[in-house]
Design a protein around this ligand. Structure first.
Ligand code: CA
Length: 322
């Protein structure tokens, strides 16, 4: 009789084993719950919050008056009605730049689902209807205020995952985006690695500068994209805490490799104390895999990555729970 409880405990452990494999994995709401509402709107952030991701992402571009705005591109016309509201305000290349508009002007724009510039059709036709879109742009501070407010009212502790967009472009236009963003983050209490904030950037020179010259102690993610591979991990690990490759880079890396060989990437990263947060998991677009679950199995079971940026935070959360 004495042994029964131990037996029961062993059985219990066995049952929970498969669940534990995802215990440390993180879900990052990519541009909010952007699979359901237009990207980077407050509405998509509030919806994402309700889905309990670990982090909610903000892409950041400066306005003319140096206010960090949450928007994915340095351009406005794929996600707003800028052409209608300010028809004359394009540059000679025909494009409308966030950086040419003050915050007050940007607030006059209506935000909609992302469209293809040429065809004016929705990039994801199965998502929120274009004709029902009338949302607004907002600042980084406004979004952090809401997330912190929701953390207080719900008792959750959901983090933020801001990205510095195109620091070189900002510099050419006389603006130093990173210092301005760091100041905002600091004012909201995000300054250390232990704070629920991860800062990301594609520009390796800038991310290193954020660590070394701007002396940031935040958790930093070095984003990488094709055609780059995983040759520079040692360099990244000297200033960053994670890498952010695209799914395509992972697929290319895994091509023709055995299960064991595939694991060498995560093993090298673990050795260098680098996490892997890959982008972008879309339940409605996974060209290399028959089903979304196949893509998730490849990424989280075969490649053992640590987290994912997803337009569908609820689906990734459910996958980790099953
Ligand atoms: Ca981003």
């Amino acid at each position: 009789m004495k042994f029964i409880p131990i037996f029961a405990l062993l059985l219990f452990c066995n049952c929970t084993m498969p669940k534990d494999q995802f215990a440390e994995k993180i879900v990052i709401a990519h541009r909010g719950a952007s699979g359901y509402l237009p990207e980077h709107t407050m509405e998509s952030k509030a919806m994402a919050f309700a889905m309990n991701p670990d982090y909610i992402e903000q892409d950041i571009v400066l306005s003319k008056d140096d206010v960090p705005i949450v928007i994915h591109d340095i351009f406005l016309e794929e996600v707003t009605n800028v052409k209608k509201v300010f028809p004359e305000r394009n540059r000679s290349d025909g494009r409308y730049y966030v950086i040419d508009f003050t915050l007050n002007e940007l607030k006059l724009l209506s935000v909609h689902e992302r469209i293809h510039l040429g065809t004016k059709k929705a990039v994801f036709p199965g998502r929120y209807p274009l004709e029902e879109s009338d949302f607004r742009l907002h600042t980084l501070s406004e979004e952090i205020s809401m997330i912190q407010g929701l953390n207080k009212s719900t008792g959750k502790n959901i983090g933020i995952y801001p990205e510095i967009k195109k620091p070189g472009f900002h510099k050419k236009n006389g603006k130093e985006i990173s210092s301005i963003v760091l100041k905002v983050l600091d004012s909201f209490g995000y300054s250390k690695k232990s704070d629920p904030c991860i800062l990301q950037c594609f520009d390796a020179v800038e991310l290193r500068r954020i660590r070394e010259e701007l002396d940031s102690d935040l958790f930093l993610t070095q984003l990488i994209e094709l055609p780059e591979g995983f040759e520079n991990l040692e360099i990244y690990s000297s200033y960053a805490d994670a890498i952010g490759p695209s799914i395509e880079q992972l697929i290319l890396y895994a091509h023709g490799k055995t299960e064991t060989e595939k694991k060498s990437l995560i093993e090298r990263c673990r050795g260098l104390n680098l996490k892997i947060h890959a982008y972008t998991f879309r339940a409605d677009e996974h060209p290399n895999f028959e089903t979304f679950e196949d893509l998730l199995n490849f990424s989280f079971k075969e490649m053992e990555i640590d987290g994912g940026f997803t337009d569908f935070p609820d689906v990734l959360k459910a996958y980790f729970k099953d």
